[in-house]
Design a protein around this ligand. Structure first.
Ligand code: ZN
Length: 265
């Protein structure tokens, strides 16, 4: 499943190349899944340069100098990447933005996943989750105080559900939610009401630490013997105490934890 560090890596791979470049053609591979106004595309995208690329949670926003924005939701398996125009698009391809130099920016997502919107100007209302999206966990605005305050509005909910609630924190999915709980030393099914402000503050510290590391040093993090993320399969043991990991369902998602290292409160 795509999570914030994955989206950050995708952006890193194309933003430097695409920023400042003019889109010479817009090719739509799957008419049904791409809901963008053709006239507006002609007027504000084709023949216009990309101004910047931003990430909000699992959304990628490609801003154009014309003032229009293309908003891509990665869903759980969406991809946005550069490819040569001579490589035929695969079945999941939705849209391709071509540049004069022979490369193109492709957006692909399987089945009914992913979304793409064309927004003229800064009014992002009507984009569903995007509009209600919580703070980006890597932003400076996402302080411990803010996190503790937001978590406090959901006392009956489990720690893991709060971490995965896109309206509280944008971009954390199943695997990183488990990693954050493991690194912080709390059970994912612990109810917010049973946690102190200090404990939630500790979760906030590890939330930032885990996501920053996964974003900046993805390969090292995913090869780290101290991380739970590399042991998410039946029969594996805890990287710290070697106890057998437990798997259970928390908010409907497959969850891994160490019953010894992760405390109830
Ligand atoms: Zn353990």
């Amino acid at each position: 499943m795509i999570e914030l560090p994955d989206v950050e890596r995708m952006i890193d791979a194309f933003a430097g190349y695409a920023t400042g470049k003019t889109v010479s053609a817009v090719l739509i591979d799957n008419e049904e899944s791409v809901d963008i106004d053709p006239e507006l595309t002609e007027e504000k995208i084709r023949g216009h340069a990309i101004d910047s690329v931003e990430r909000h949670g699992r959304y990628v926003v490609v801003r154009f100098r014309s003032g229009a924005n293309l908003v891509f939701h990665m869903g759980s398996e969406g991809r946005i990447f550069l490819e040569s125009q001579t490589t035929p698009p695969d079945d999941d391809s939705r849209i391709r933005l071509q540049f004069a130099a022979g490369r193109e920016l492709r957006y692909a997502a399987p089945g009914d996943q992913g979304e793409i919107h064309l927004v003229d100007g800064e009014d992002f209302s009507g984009l569903g989750t995007f509009e209600r999206l919580g703070l980006d966990p890597l932003s400076d605005d996402f302080t411990a105080e803010v996190f503790v305050g937001l978590a406090g509005t959901k006392p009956r909910v489990s720690l893991k559900s709060v971490l995965m609630d896109q309206e509280i924190v944008a971009g954390i999915g199943n695997e990183y939610a488990d990693e954050i709980c493991f690194q912080a030393g709390y059970r994912p099914d612990l109810k917010i009401a049973d946690m102190s402000i200090e404990q939630l503050g500790r979760v906030h510290t590890y939330l930032k630490r885990v996501l920053r590391r996964a974003t900046l040093h993805w390969q090292a993090a995913h090869a780290d013997p101290g991380w739970l993320i590399n042991r998410r399969s039946p029969g594996k043991t805890c990287p710290r105490c070697s106890s057998k990991l437990k798997s259970m369902s928390v908010s409907g998602r497959k969850t891994y934890l160490c019953p010894r290292c992760q405390r109830t409160a």
